[in-house]
Design a protein around this ligand. Structure first.
Ligand SMILES: [Zn+2]
Length: 279
């Protein structure tokens, strides 16, 4: 896929499984399980789909999955299978090739592989040559989480960034819900799921895709009321989703689903009667 200046690869950093009820908020199970069936522990399978962008100069990675800092019990609870390096290798990339890592937010299933433990047990940056772009307000929240989303942050995943000098860490500022990261790589900034989440908008003109992160984690999450129980601000999520859906329909922007194991992308359209469909 080409989007403007960028050659684009969608790759899987691995899979996990989370509680289906938590993934679908107030949607009743008989409805959501028709879309994504649950296992015997009520968990649904999720991908951690990342984006690799190349323009001949930069190599950008958007989000990096769960990473490797998990013990056996945690791997079992979340059914973790992390394999970012193999997926990067399949498109000819090593972690050292990444020039820019963009983190939509710092929840563990998005920023988990920012650091790995070395032989001495010290966390070291995985992408040794990359600048790391993260929303300023998402960064601040992650360093002072509230009781509701504390469990979604694991500081050891990004610990080496805390002492890192600028410009190793680029704190992205936003204005009127938009931010600029790199040429032809902007972001829509959302407050509903977590504070200052970046949804990268890739490409230019009629070749654009929106990385849905935790606003549109799967195709089943396209309908406005179908959103996660994890969201900090549910009513804000719904408003933001409504706006983003209309933007994607009106401007023919492809949606990329970070967590959908079956549908990597969706094209949104409205029928003559106004019905929204995703295919
Ligand atoms: Zn999240």
């Amino acid at each position: 896929m080409d989007l403007g200046r960028w050659q684009v690869d969608l790759i899987s950093a691995g899979t996990l499984a989370l509680d289906g009820g938590a993934m679908f908020g107030i949607v009743p199970k008989p409805l959501w399980e028709k879309k994504i069936p649950a296992d015997e522990k009520n968990r649904i399978p999720l991908d951690t789909r990342c984006v690799v962008l190349r323009d001949g100069e930069r190599l950008v990675l958007i989000d990096c999955g769960m990473g490797t800092q998990w013990n056996d019990k945690e791997r079992d609870i979340y059914r973790i299978d992390a394999h970012l390096d193999a997926s990067l290798a399949a498109v000819g990339v090593t972690p050292a090739d990444v020039t820019d890592l963009v983190l939509t937010h710092l929840h563990f299933d998005h920023a988990g592989d920012t650091a790995r433990l070395d032989a001495a047990g010290t966390p070291r940056l995985t992408f040794t040559n990359a600048r790391v772009h993260v929303g300023r307000r998402a960064w601040e929240l992650a360093h002072a989480p509230n009781e509701r989303d504390r469990g979604s942050f694991r500081a050891q995943c990004w610990a080496p960034l805390d002492g890192a000098e600028r410009p190793r860490v680029v704190l992205v500022d936003d204005r009127d819900g938009r931010a600029s990261i790199l040429p032809e790589l902007d972001a829509m900034v959302c407050e509903g799921h977590t504070t200052g989440q970046l949804l990268p908008l890739i490409g230019a003109a009629d070749q654009r895709a929106l990385y849905g992160a935790d606003m549109f984690p799967t195709r089943a999450h396209v309908p406005v009321p179908w959103h996660m129980g994890y969201d900090l601000r549910p009513l804000v999520v719904m408003e933001e989703k409504r706006r983003l859906v209309e933007l994607c329909v009106a401007e023919r922007i492809t949606l990329i689903h970070e967590h959908d194991t079956r549908f990597p992308t969706s094209s949104l359209s409205r029928s003559a009667t106004g019905e929204l469909s995703a295919s």
